[in-house]
Design a protein around this ligand. Structure first.
Ligand code: RFL
Ligand code: PHB
Length: 387
């Protein structure tokens, strides 16, 4: 099997890259280890920045986002019995969209299949072979058969546990990592949202987040210990802890549609490319979800890589491709900084004493009362500071 660009992974990064290349007349094959149904149902991110939404619109896949996405002008910060609205529209001149990542993935898969592009589901990439520019290929298995996909370029968009990251680490790439001592327990529930916009809550018992997917469905998160399992969290305990930390005593305990625990970490790989192998999205970097940046970074990497490949095939120039890592890393480190900032601002470490708790309350008070500090939060959250 042969194609110009082999793309590993049908997440937001791999699918947007394939779609942008297709629009420019460049063929590719997407290899995805999971089935279509699994990928379309995987519940993950929910927030699209203005820039992420714009990328999807420009790629011609923004119609359903514009119809069904919930446009929010800001977020609420709740702490110490107070609630404060940070009005992004007023402070940074742009809002955000609440639109589930699996909806973005569904839209991109539909567009890809409609244009006749190839996605091989249940096809697991096993090895990247890129000895030189003339011998590029990905070895993969599908239905028990081993096959080889020959190509000019390989884009590893295969997330944090894929073979792209492992391959780069076996060479000269460096991974910079920070592990947080906590995780998020997340539920998707048939519960009408208790607020009109997202509520980020800091409580002495830890962080909680009230997000949503529609007027009937809420997405809710609780900070838990990193090693926590779901065994210790019967439904009633989840709801009572959410009510307490969010200050929503009447939050309705609707049917739980999905539940999971995600340990939190920050990670950046440098460089994000080697020869004709490129990493995009979570394969190259991870942010803790408190800043709502992961999907947006994945989409931005895909657009940057697509522009480089389009220039290479169109003008036979590698100038943009050569600059790929540098173009991405500036945005990535900025998002790493903001995500780490939001995480330390809103989470309680087990080792924290009363001093750290009071310090955090003082910081929250400052962020919500100083125009300069709330503008900084608004610019970073919406991506206005990076585009
Ligand atoms: P993905 O989505 O993980 O896709 C990678 C794909 O590669 C496949 N794969 C392979 N395929 C073939 N062969 C192999 N060897 C393969 N190995 C892996 C996988 O099956 C998968 O389909 O990576 P991508 O495209 O880089 O996208 C990144 C985003 O998924 C991620 O950053 C976000 O979900 C992070 N995130 C959030 N980001 C936001 O922008 N806003 C948010 O509000 C937000 N909230 C979140 C989040 C992530 C969370 N979790 C569960 C990690 C909330 C949570 C709880
Ligand atoms: C979500 O809706 O899943 C969501 C929203 C904001 C975050 C993280 C996740 O910071």
């Amino acid at each position: 099997m042969k194609t110009p660009v082999a793309i590993i992974g049908a997440g937001p990064a791999g699918l947007l890259l394939a779609h942008l290349l297709q629009r420019a007349g460049i063929e590719s094959v997407v290899l995805e280890s999971r089935g279509r149904d699994y990928v379309e149902r995987r519940v993950r991110a929910g927030v699209l920045e203005h820039g992420g939404a714009q990328l999807l619109r420009e790629a011609g896949v923004g119609d359903r986002l514009d119809r069904e996405g919930l446009e929010h002008r800001g977020i609420y910060l709740r702490f110490n019995g107070e609630i404060h609205h940070i009005d992004f529209k007023r402070l940074a001149n742009r809002g955000i969209f609440v639109y589930g990542q699996q909806e973005v993935v569904k839209d991109l898969i539909a567009a890809r299949l409609a244009s006749g592009g190839a996605i091989l589901f249940e096809a697991e990439a096993r090895r990247i072979d890129d000895r030189d520019a003339h011998h590029m290929s990905v070895l993969f298995t599908q239905g028990g058969d081993e096959q080889r996909l020959e190509c000019d370029f390989i884009a590893a968009c295969d997330g944090s546990h894929g073979i792209g990251r492992a391959t780069m680490l076996s060479r000269n790439a460096t991974g910079y990592e920070h592990i947080y001592p906590y995780a998020w327990l997340g539920i998707l529930a048939r519960t009408p949202p208790a607020a009109d916009e997202l509520v980020y809550a800091y409580h002495e018992r830890g962080f909680a987040l009230h997000s949503m997917r529609s007027p009937q469905v809420s997405r809710l998160y609780l900070q838990v210990r990193r090693d926590e399992t779901l065994d210790g969290w019967p439904e009633e305990r989840i709801w009572s802890e959410l009510r307490l930390r969010l200050h929503e005593p009447s939050l309705d305990a609707g049917e739980i549609l999905e539940i999971g625990v995600t340990p939190m970490s920050s990670y950046v790989m440098e460089p994000m490319q080697d020869g004709r192998l490129f990493l995009a999205g979570d394969s190259a970097h991870i942010v803790p979800p408190t800043g709502a940046k992961g999907m947006n970074l994945a989409l931005a990497d895909a657009a940057t890589l697509a522009a480089g490949l389009i220039e290479w095939y169109g003008k036979h120039s590698s100038e943009r491709l050569d600059r790929y890592t540098a173009s991405c890393l500036q945005r990535v480190w900025r998002a790493e900084f903001f995500s780490a900032f939001m995480t330390q601002l809103l989470h309680r470490d087990e080792l924290d004493g009363e001093f750290e708790h009071r310090l955090r309350l003082a910081q929250l008070k400052y962020v919500t009362s100083s125009r300069a500090a709330s503008t900084s939060l608004a610019e970073n959250y919406t991506g206005a500071a990076t585009s």
